[in-house]
Design a protein around this ligand. Structure first.
Ligand code: PLP
Length: 354
């Protein structure tokens, strides 16, 4: 078995892989890949998947959940289209590539964007904290976990504005208070399931109030939610596997227990990064992500040697994003702590050889 530290699509539980594989061959006499999305058996899957999201995140009454396609990239557009109001102006916190992408799409949707804070001055290696959120904005957008640079908001930004969040790379990894948000979106392919589905959690009061001049049917969350994520053919297999994965999460203590497992993994790796003189962290300590740990060698000239060692140990997916370099260990929900221990052992051995 490989130790998959890939940033996404990423590891899911082995049990889920097995159940998904079985359903490809036999889902009530058909393959899950050929079943109609209107068939009662799949409608039951969609209903259960939506319900399990609500259970896992304690989604309060007054919020709706939907599965769409298009990834979080289309989420940038859908958020801007659905959340724009009379000001036609929104605040964004720029913490890196994905936040920058969200800003660009909001501008394309006709919004004036105020970048209220940015960590671009230090290559997105920290989470900005000192900023003022002025009135006169339709909403405030942030990216809870910066998958590429390895930073993560530890607290939700304080604001009275409707809060919109791209939670693609840390949803289901720690408890959140859904009522802090008006609009959450997340691509499935980290902690939820395989690529193909995108999750939306939206306050019902926020639906149907957009001032957008044009609103394609597919991108109108009100219509999507009214049709219970069946406005058109949903990503059947991705939703099915997400449902299996959510069942697995809830059977293993839900998000609170998962958070403890994630903290243990992150502590194990970060303490090695801090105590091993051959390595150094790539971002501000207080803003370190529990999902994506980025780190560098103190002696770059030994990179070929380190690369051979971790590859020989069966580790995959460790190189940093091409825009950052160094290394990135993504420790999503399903990565066992044993895999982190394998990486830590390689790091110790690498330092012994120095
Ligand atoms: C935080 C974040 N936002 C957006 C995206 C883009 O997601 P997608 O590929 O689903 O469009 C990613 C992808 O990794 C991400 O990590």
């Amino acid at each position: 078995m490989k130790h998959n530290f890939g940033a996404g699509p990423c590891i899911l539980p082995q049990e889920v892989f097995k159940e998904a594989a079985a359903a490809v061959l036999d889902f009530n006499g058909l393959s899950i890949l050929e079943v109609s999305h209107r068939h009662k058996d799949f409608v039951a899957v969609m209903d259960e998947a939506l319900d399990l999201v609500k259970q896992a995140l304690n989604v309060p009454k007054g919020y709706s959940v939907a599965f769409l396609q298009g990834g979080a990239t289309l989420g940038f557009t859908i958020a801007a289209l659905n959340m724009q109001r009379e000001h036609q102006r929104a605040g964004y916190i720029n913490t890196g590539t994905w936040a920058t992408g969200a800003i660009k799409e909001a501008q394309k949707m006709g919004l004036a964007v105020d970048v209220l804070a940015s960590s671009e001055d230090q290559n997105f290696s920290y989470i900005p904290k000192d900023y003022v959120v002025p009135a006169g904005l339709d909403y405030l957008h942030f990216t809870s976990n910066n998958t590429i640079f390895g930073t993560q908001f530890k607290d939700v930004p304080k604001t009275t504005l409707p809060l919109v969040c791209d939670m693609s790379s840390d949803i289901f990894s720690k408890t959140i208070n859904v009522s802090d948000f008006d609009f959450i979106y997340a691509g499935a392919q980290k902690n939820l399931g395989p690529a193909g589905a995108t999750l939306y959690i939206v306050k019902d009061d926020a639906l149907g109030k957009s001032t957008a001049k044009f609103m394609p049917t597919y991108l109108d969350l009100k219509q999507q939610i009214d049709k219970e994520s069946m406005l058109n053919t949903p990503p059947v297999f991705s939703v099915y596997v997400a449902m299996l994965n959510l069942r697995h999460l809830l059977a293993n203590g839900g998000v609170p227990e998962q958070q403890k497992r994630n903290e243990a993994k992150a502590n194990l790796l970060y303490s090695e990064i801090d105590n091993n003189p051959s390595f150094k962290g790539a971002v501000s300590t207080e803003d370190r992500s529990h999902m994506n740990a980025t780190f560098l060698l103190t002696n770059e000239e030994r990179s070929a040697e380190f690369d051979t060692m971790w590859k020989d140990a069966g580790i995959v997916g460790l190189p940093g994003h091409r825009s950052v370099g160094g290394y990135r260990a993504s420790m999503y929900n399903s990565l066992p702590i044993e895999s982190v221990q394998v990486l830590v052992d390689v790091m110790k051995e690498f330092n012994r050889k120095a």
